[in-house]
Design a protein around this ligand. Structure first.
Ligand code: BG6
Length: 484
């Protein structure tokens, strides 16, 4: 079986920054099938060689020391370029001719990667179907769809319906690059390959969970896109809800795409619906100072660049345990972390001689400085019976020797090539996720919207968010990075 990866939107940033470097790394490590070809499709008119040279430069820049001219030269012979427009059926006929020229005469596995403008996804799929390119009688035909998948529940549902006219659900791979991160996959290992955490992973022992994706970067050149999207569509509907699902899900019977996704989807079904005053009480929004001056942002925009949302998962495991999700741009540092805050001990032995022990905490540092930190109380040496918080650290870097953690796209591309959809979102998953975020967006656009707080960049969001949490008897874990 020979493999072809066809990238639509090939002249875009994602292709040069992520997709080609990831495919090249897989090739270099011998993980890409030996005869795999890569075909780029976009409207610009390059020759095969021109595109190869451009990719050589960009890949060298992105990979630095990991770029090796001799393996690149072998890999680049398998790269082809096809000028074409995804709205034009002629482009698909000529693409089909190019594919038959470079592929084996039978037994071809083909992966289409849609990295075009999202408005073109449905049309590109329709054209693939009309040109007979989705026909899988001669080998698997799969399609990866980049985010955003719709802009709300309705558009996601329409997009699913159009894709299903051409591809079956088992051929569709909706990407969320957070699922390709090693540390996110490690949450499965932490929870389901150890016996010591799972007994504590529930409402009896856990006080609350904090899921934070903080970014130092501002919206930069993406002002136009971002203003339409805001932090809820850009980060919550996808990345934060994915982290929530993996943290809260039940163990599946096996590590199998449909069983894993069944369990993730059940979490979304359990999320308590908000109504009326809940939006003001459970959601918080902010905008960084200077956002209104960003290119592409309209005057007076009310788009949030920071949000914190308190969700409850109504099931036997999690009933009444708050899950705090927060994300913002212009924060003091870049960190993605999940904090499992355990409850206080039920009875304090050491009386007034010491401070009240702090509840234990497990911090999963997704990025950067990937690792895990356990916080627990120990005795202060040479004191009466004073206690203090100590930590146990695990850092991936210390344990992976010379191997840097691979970029998320390597894992996701390889899984899609091999037909493993465990780390991709299913149609019901994306629709349910929109079903959770849409009401918050609607509430924020209504006259009863909670105040939009402004914040200085370089901090942990609006100062008022500290008080919001404090009033709930809790504190944010504002430490970054926890492991160095
Ligand atoms: C993207 C968002 O999906 O994720 C960006 O559109 C965000 O706004 C990015 O910066 C964050 O990804 P990562 O992997 O850098 O945490």
């Amino acid at each position: 079986m020979s493999d072809t990866i066809v990238i639509f939107g090939a002249s875009g940033d994602l292709t040069s920054r992520k997709l080609i470097p990831a495919l090249y790394q897989l090739f270099r490590k011998g993980r890409l099938p030996g005869d795999a070809s890569v075909v780029g499709v976009s409207r610009s008119s390059y020759s095969h060689d021109e595109w190869r040279e451009m990719l050589c430069e960009s890949t060298k820049n992105f990979l630095g020391n990991h770029f090796d001219p001799s393996s690149w030269s072998k890999f680049s012979q398998r790269i082809f370029y096809h000028p074409g427009d995804v709205t034009d059926s002629e482009s698909f006929n000529s693409l089909r001719a190019l594919l038959s020229a470079i592929e084996a005469s039978s037994g071809v596995s083909r992966l289409y990667y849609l990295s075009t403008m999202p408005q073109l996804y449905a049309e590109a799929i329709r054209q693939l179907g009309a040109a007979g390119l989705a026909d899988d009688r001669d080998g698997p035909r799969r399609v990866i769809i980049e985010k955003p998948f719709g802009t709300d529940f309705k558009t996601a549902q329409q997009l699913n319906a159009s894709i299903h006219e051409v591809f079956r659900e088992d051929q569709i791979y909706r990407i969320d690059h957070y699922l390709g991160k090693e540390t996110v996959q490690n949450i499965f290992a932490l929870r389901f390959a150890n016996s010591i955490f799972e007994p504590l992973w529930n409402r009896r022992y856990v006080d609350h969970v904090q899921i934070t994706v903080a970014e130092e970067v501002l919206v930069g050149r993406r002002g136009g896109y971002y203003d339409e999207s805001g932090v809820l569509r850009d980060m919550f509907q996808n990345h934060l809800l994915q982290l929530l699902m993996i943290t809260a899900m039940e163990p599946p019977a096996r590590y199998d795409a449909s069983l894993v996704r069944d369990e993730k989807v059940k979490v979304l079904h359990c999320i308590r619906k908000m109504s009326g005053g809940d939006f003001a009480a459970q959601t918080f929004r902010g905008q960084y100072d200077g956002y209104l001056k960003e290119k592409g942002v309209p005057a007076g925009s009310q788009t949030a660049t920071y949000a914190a949302i308190k969700l409850y998962c109504d099931n036997w495991r999690w009933k009444d345990v708050p899950f705090y999700l927060r994300s913002g741009k212009g924060m003091s540092c870049r960190t993605t972390q999940i904090v499992i805050q355990f409850k206080q001990v039920p009875h304090i032995l050491f009386g007034s001689k010491t401070r009240v022990p702090v509840g234990n905490r497990l911090v999963i540092q997704v990025q950067p400085a990937e690792g895990i930190q356990m916080h627990f109380e120990t005795k202060v040496p040479d004191s009466d019976m004073k206690t203090r918080t100590s930590t146990l650290d695990f850092s991936f870097q210390d344990h992976s020797g010379e191997n840097d953690l691979p970029d998320a796209y390597q894992r996701l591309l390889l899984d899609a090539i091999n037909g493993d959809a465990s780390l991709f979102a299913r149609s019901d998953e994306v629709e349910l996720a929109w079903g959770i975020i849409d009401p918050v967006i609607a509430a924020w656009n209504s006259p009863a919207a909670p105040e939009l707080f402004s914040y200085q960049t370089g901090n942990w969001g609006p100062v008022e968010i500290g008080e919001w949490m404090h009033n709930q008897g809790r504190e944010w874990f504002d430490v970054c990075p926890v492991i160095r």
